[in-house]
Design a protein around this ligand. Sequence first.
Ligand code: 5GP
Length: 190
Amino acid sequence: MNTGKLIVFSAPSGSGKTTIVKHLLTKDELQLDFSISATSRYQREGELNGKDYYFISATEFQQHISNNDFVEFEEVYKDNYYGTLKTELERIWALGKNVIFDIDVIGGLNIKKQYPDQTLAVFVSPPSVEELERRLRFRQTETDEKIQMRLEKAEREIAEAPKFDVILENHDLETAKQEAYQLIADYLKK
Ligand code: 5GP
């Protein structure tokens, strides 16, 4: 199969990576398509099955693991599994497009390891852990306990940032979006 390039965006939850990825997806000239992950976590209000994620049960997720259907998967938070299905990459490559991922740090590095010559791995860095906490609370999608879990994970993830090809600091969202666009446009020209 003719394989396109892989653009990985990883960051602690609340860093703005999802917004940046959505922005890049509006740019037709980049020929990007979003890698829709499978997950066993609950579906948030406003999320669509088959667009944001493939929402599946924990049992179905386990079945995919047994069938070796994943490029990578992880228990990102306790009892919440997330993974990239091989069929997802095939779907996007068959369209002649490049794949863009919004996945966690370990998953992102895992993709880079499997496809080293065709992956650009970008780490989106929040200004600080305090700011991250403020953003997560503002979003009002998680309980206090879950926010705490995400913040602890964030500190571990920030330590992995140097393993990425690029660190994109998100102090100001508009600037970060523009920088991300330039980075990807340059990479795809290579
Ligand atoms: P959320 O629950 O906020 O949608 O996502 C939680 C974390 O899981 C985020 O960091 C998100 O990027 C990550 N994630 C989403 N899909 C995947 C995936 O397929 N694999 C891995 N490893 N992480 C993922």
